[in-house]
Design a protein around this ligand. Structure first.
Ligand code: HPA
Length: 276
């Protein structure tokens, strides 16, 4: 039988620890087209995912597939950044998708920042807007906690009433205001993907209370909550969701928007992380 999730996370964490030889204060997962934040770190140690025991591989364009650990400039804060994440639609199990979060927890990380690219369901969002994730709806219809319970991973029935830390959200809002940057807020709905949605599905999502839609983040956020980490979620609205504007949605446009807002995004992230 293969090793337990707990053991696999320990093995990954031990490998990372030996490479970086420092504590990690904050872990960050970067969404599609948002990888540039990793490049702002100083004294970098770069570990390709294929070297880390039990880590999956990134197969999606815009996800480099490496862990970058370094210091936030002009601080002594050590940040571990996933330049690219794993998705359910790539064919990975949700255990594989969320193993890095378990590994961060095994490294002693308590502070997590999850970022993603999403489609704007709420019509008040424009492409290029940043949204604080205040809550989520798991329309992936599958939980990363499904399976035999191991109490070393956390509770069997973890509470989900505050998956995204209100305190972290307040800090991010405050920093955005100082930077004179617009940071909306809303509910992120996750689907399995990889196809984008139909206009009818988007109308349904609006009725259900979604403000943005994407294909990631929720499994990681659920696991982080189970492990007692505090999470900040930031979504970049890369496009109006299907049916709101004319024309198709494509991955190239999603990635291009990441590059367009990268300066504001990096500033918001760096200045917020200092205050977490
Ligand atoms: N739908 C789902 N995921 C996405 C979208 C979208 O419109 N844009 C970026 N990621």
């Amino acid at each position: 039988m293969s090793n337990s999730i707990f053991d696999r996370a320990q093995t990954s964490a031990r490998f990372i620890q030996e490479k970086i030889k420092c504590d990690v204060d904050v872990a960050v997962v970067l969404g599609s087209g948002l990888g540039v934040f990793a490049e702002t770190l100083e004294e970098q140690t770069i570990i390709p995912y294929e070297e880390i025991p039990d880590f999956a591989r990134s197969t999606v364009e815009g996800h480099s597939g490496r862990l970058v650990v370094g210091k936030l400039p002009q601080t002594s804060i050590n940040v571990a950044v996933m330049q690219g994440r794993f998705h359910y639609y790539e064919g990975y199990s949700l255990e594989e998708v969320t193993l890095p979060i378990r590994a961060f927890s095994a490294l002693g990380v308590k502070k997590l920042v999850l970022t993603n690219a999403s489609g704007g369901v709420n019509e008040s969002f424009k492409a290029g807007d940043l949204m604080l994730i205040t809550d989520h709806i798991n329309l992936m219809m599958v939980s990363p906690l499904r399976g035999r319970h191991d109490q070393r991973l956390g509770a069997r029935f973890p509470d989900m009433s505050e998956v995204y830390s209100r305190e972290y959200g307040r800090i991010a809002k405050e920093v955005a205001a100082q930077l004179q940057l617009k940071l909306g807020e809303g509910v992120y709905m996750a689907l399995q993907g990889p196809n984008y949605e139909t206009p009818a599905e988007i109308r349904m999502m609006r009725v259900l209370g979604a403000d943005a839609v994407g294909m990631s983040t929720v499994p990681e956020a659920i696991v982080a909550r189970q492990m007692g980490m505090q999470t900040l979620g930031i979504s970049l609205i890369t496009n109006a969701a299907a049916g709101i504007e004319d024309g198709p949605i494509n991955h190239a446009e999603v990635m291009e928007m990441g590059q367009r807002v990268s300066k504001q995004f990096c500033e918001l992230l760096a200045k917020t992380i200092v205050k977490l």
